[in-house]
Design a protein around this ligand. Sequence first.
Ligand code: SAM
Length: 245
Amino acid sequence: VAGVHFVATPIGAARDITLRALDILASADVLAAEDTRTLRHLMEIHGIPVNSRPLVALHDHSGEGVITRLMATIAEGKSVAYASEAGTPLISDPGFELARAAIGAGHPVLAAPGPSAVLAALTVSGLPSDRFLFAGFPPSSGAARGTFLAGIARQEATVILYESPKRLNKLLGELADHIEETRQVVICRELTKRFEETLRGTLAELRIELEDREVKGEIVVLIGRAPDRPAAAEDLDTALRNAMR
Ligand code: SAM
């Protein structure tokens, strides 16, 4: 189909790609990727030749020219498959500008859904999954980071963050300034990969466990939702008293 196809790719295990994603990569007129080498390698693993098809780089620093050219290609009736470096495009990865441009030009925008660290982490976390907020990467420093973390503390939903492993201990320390030490926290490391590991506990427990340990690899941090607000408890109290009158 002429249009943009967003193709989800593995976050670790190379076989975590859907059959439909492979079909789209095999048949698209133009291939576009955040990292062309990564896509080429993935296609090689699955025996899909690039052949003479264009393989275009499209990342945060590509500039508007690439998107304009891709729009012209689609206008000629061609299909473009876009893959980010890993997981689902647009999820803390490029793709948003491409989607907006295609929608703006009236072209079809389609997804070949698949892996994403956010959902894999939520799945194994053991935290309530009925309501969650994916907040992406916290600002790396400064006042913006504090504001971001304060906002997270108030969420009545499981909060899911991506963070660099070298900032993990700093993050846990900063979280203690905003949330109760008894709040459940889960850290998922290297999901679907050889050294996959999930650490679960209260914020206090994980701070102690990780104090002298350097966590390596890719990580997702999940924070259990805020306990019921005192206001809600007061409401219940009033309701009960009124009922007993
Ligand atoms: N688009 C990707 C997705 O759908 O999950 C996310 C890309 S973002 C640039 C990379 C971050 O995702 C990493 O820093 C880490 O927080 C998280 N991540 C990606 N793969 C992971 C894995 N296998 N295990 C744990 N976290 C992972």
